[in-house]
Design a protein around this ligand. Structure first.
Ligand SMILES: Nc1ncnc2c1ncn2[C@@H]1O[C@H](COP(=O)(O)OP(=O)(O)O)[C@@H](O)[C@H]1O
Ligand SMILES: [Mg+2]
Length: 423
């Protein structure tokens, strides 16, 4: 059994604390609920791959014992979270993904001393689902250490017996999926769509540009959350992975992700690079432009995969009207729409070498926004200046394209049993 001696508990002690019996944790006589920054010149972000056997509490204990964390996370008990969510009431449910249901709640210092009053989202593990400790730990390890205005803030977590829960800042407008595809609602405006694309792109660019790059791996509309001002933040780091290090060009993994969003070369080979996220970004951008979901089995066979159906039309100016969401009814400037369509086309290149980096994507989206703002403010005489994605260093003119067969059917969410064979 782990005995925690430190006065100020660390990430390690908190995660390990999950495995202590309730009696033992109480006998410690101190509340193990706060993790403080331990600033050190030697700070290095802790990775899931640093843990030799994430399914073994003892191994987690050993590997995390010297780790540092950059955020202050709180440890909640299940009974505190029952109070917060009104006993995980169905009427408080915000959504549900592969991990389990997400409930709205409210925290303040009545729940726990020192808590700032605020609404929260509480994600509880579905004990009959395919995910578990590993995904829960991944969220804590990534979101507990990475901080950016385009990543959702993790406030704390809970771990009691088999139960695993995560507590996040509440995002008032929920997921992009709900906002964009909700039936019988007013169509989301073009300007808001581009703002969301830019925010989400900045989130990915931050992950890819980190000292130790992170591959998000599950970029899709249900994992992009929106605050009351439509600022986009990435949530759900359950599948995130550290990028390749040193000489390596990719990380090899089992294929995980979501049908309709994963890059063809990743489906074929399991080779994971930041370029896989760029492809998924292209899918989401295409969904924003068209207002259509990436996979829809109610569409005709030819139209089921949005990318297969629409990508060929993205480059053709004359076909633009057939591509863009008809509900937008000319809200957009056609040059801006064309620039966005060309960007999506590039991100969706079959060969990852032809895709732009996320930093380049951010530049193009910023230039689209600037031009539109200028036009709205009446400065129509100024020359339009979109960053030309064709000039991106990844565009290699004259090079022969490698044709990789694309098969959506190969993609699936792995069962937990398969994951245990080593991802
Ligand atoms: N912080 C939050 N604020 C508001 N809604 C949220 C929040 N987190 C999740 N949700 C809702 O719950 C859904 C599932 O959350 P997600 O983190 O993607 O879970 P999973 O890991 O199970 O896929 C989201 O698509 C969204 O609708
Ligand atoms: Mg999700």
């Amino acid at each position: 059994m782990a005995v925690i001696k430190k006065k100020k508990p660390s990430l390690t002690s908190l995660i390990l604390g999950c495995y202590m019996t309730k009696k033992a944790s109480r006998s410690e006589g101190e509340e193990k609920d706060a993790m403080k920054i331990r600033t050190s010149p030697l700070f290095k972000r802790l990775s899931l791959s640093d843990i030799s056997d994430p399914s073994s509490p003892m191994s987690v204990m050993d590997d995390l014992s010297n780790s540092f964390t950059s955020q202050k996370l709180r440890l909640f008990t299940l009974s505190e979270l029952r109070v917060v969510t009104q006993n995980f009431s169905r009427s408080n449910m915000l959504g549900e993904g592969g991990f389990g249901p997400v409930y709205k709640g409210f925290i303040d210092d009545k729940v726990k001393p020192g808590l700032e009053p605020q609404p929260v989202a509480v994600k509880a593990l579905d004990l009959h689902g395919h995910q578990g400790h590993r995904e829960w730990l991944a969220e804590i390890i990534f979101l507990g250490q990475l901080s950016n205005k385009h990543l959702v803030k993790l406030i704390g977590f809970c771990c009691e017996d088999e139960q695993r829960v995560l507590v996040y800042e509440y995002m008032a407008r929920g997921s992009l999926e709900n906002q964009l595809f909700r039936r019988n609602s007013v169509a989301m405006a073009w300007g808001i769509r581009m703002k969301i694309a830019l925010g989400a792109a900045k989130g990915l660019a931050f992950l890819h540009g980190a000292e130790k790059p992170v591959i998000y791996r599950d970029f899709k509309t249900s994992n992009i959350l929106l605050d009351s001002n439509y600022n986009a933040k990435l949530s759900d780091f359950g599948l995130a992975k550290d990028g390749p290090e040193g000489e390596h060009t990719h990380v090899t993994t089992r294929v995980m992700g979501t049908q309709g969003y994963a890059a063809p070369e990743y489906i074929m080979t399991g080779h994971l690079t930041t370029m896989n996220d760029v492809y998924s970004f292209g899918v989401v951008l295409l969904e924003l432009i068209t207002g259509k979901q990436s996979m829809d089995h109610t569409r005709t066979r030819r139209e089921q995969s949005l990318v297969e159906w629409m990508r060929p039309m993205l480059r053709d100016h004359r076909k633009l009207e057939r591509v863009i969401d008809p509900r937008l009814e000319g809200q957009y400037k056609s040059e801006a729409a064309q620039a966005a369509a060309t960007l999506a086309y590039k991100c969706l290149s079959q060969n990852p070498k032809y895709r732009p980096t996320m930093t380049e994507v951010v530049k193009v989206l910023e230039s689209i926004q600037e031009v539109e703002t200028r036009e709205r403010n009446g400065n129509k005489n100024e020359a339009k200046k979109f960053v030309d994605i064709k000039k991106c260093r990844h565009y290699r003119k004259g090079q022969r394209r490698v044709n990789i067969a694309y098969s959506d059917s190969l993609l699936y969410k792995e069962s937990r049993a398969k994951q245990n064979n080593g991802v």
